[in-house]
Design a protein around this ligand. Structure first.
Ligand code: SF4
Ligand code: SF4
Length: 220
């Protein structure tokens, strides 16, 4: 049984809802969340959603404290894991944040696993939690360890690393997993509608080629 606690640093709450839904059905986890009012930072596993605001010293301090206490710190969702859509944040009111204001949490602390997704689907969360509870270092869980080493991941990277290298097998997993329809097939190969890409990184981790590349590059 895993003791899991969740804290949101200020995202859109989509990840919080996805996590709560997934955890309601989890049989192998005792789950607490700041959203449900029973948060404590002493959980074995701490899940952090939302990006870290580099203009907010209090949040930075809190994140460092969480790192000290947690046995495993997990960046949950694209904003916490790879920056995601908050990379584009310019702010509509003072003080206006800049592009570099919101960062993935690995800009401040070391992270044990990072799960991209806007939000991550229950089909990604459940096998991850099962693997974590079983203590098995399968390829599936290793992908999320490798993602902790990157500070950005997007459809642009997928096109560069896989399609332009001619190692794409045209399986379509990137297209099916894209939450915005930014990835689509053209003449049997994926192509990116750049204006639609929110840099969530989902297509990269769901691509069988790219995920293996990530593991080889950072873990082997
Ligand atoms: S192409 Fe889609 S899945 Fe890939 S990073 Fe962009 S929005 Fe995310
Ligand atoms: S998921 Fe990877 S291998 Fe499959 S179509 Fe997309 S880029 Fe090609």
């Amino acid at each position: 049984m895993l003791n899991v606690t969740h804290i949101d640093l200020g995202g859109c709450e989509g990840c919080s809802v996805a996590l709560l839904r997934a955890m309601l059905n989890a049989k192998n986890c005792k789950f607490k969340s700041r959203l449900t009012g029973d948060f404590d930072a002493d959980g074995e596993v701490v899940m952090v959603s939302g990006p870290i605001c580099m203009n907010d010293p209090e949040k930075i301090e809190m994140l460092k404290e969480l790192r000290k206490k947690a046995k495993l710190l997990i960046a949950f969702g694209s904003c916490a894991a790879v920056g995601g859509i908050t990379r584009y944040c310019r702010g509509g009111q003072q003080p206006k944040p800049h592009h570099m204001t919101f960062q993935p949490i690995n800009a401040v602390v070391t992270v044990d696993y990072a799960i991209p997704g806007c939000p991550p689907s229950p089909r990604m969360i459940q096998p991850f939690m099962n693997a974590l509870a079983d203590g098995k270092q399968s390829n599936y869980i290793q992908i999320f360890k490798a993602v902790t080493k990157v500070k950005k991941l997007s459809g642009f990277d997928l096109i560069d690393d896989i399609v332009l290298q001619n190692i794409c097998i045209s399986c379509g997993a990137c297209v099916l997993s894209c939450p915005t329809g930014a990835m689509h097939m053209v003449s049997g190969k994926p192509d990116l509608i750049v204006e639609k890409c929110i840099r969530c990184g989902t297509c990269y981790v769901r691509c069988p080629r790219a995920s293996q590349l990530l593991i080889r590059r950072y873990l082997k």
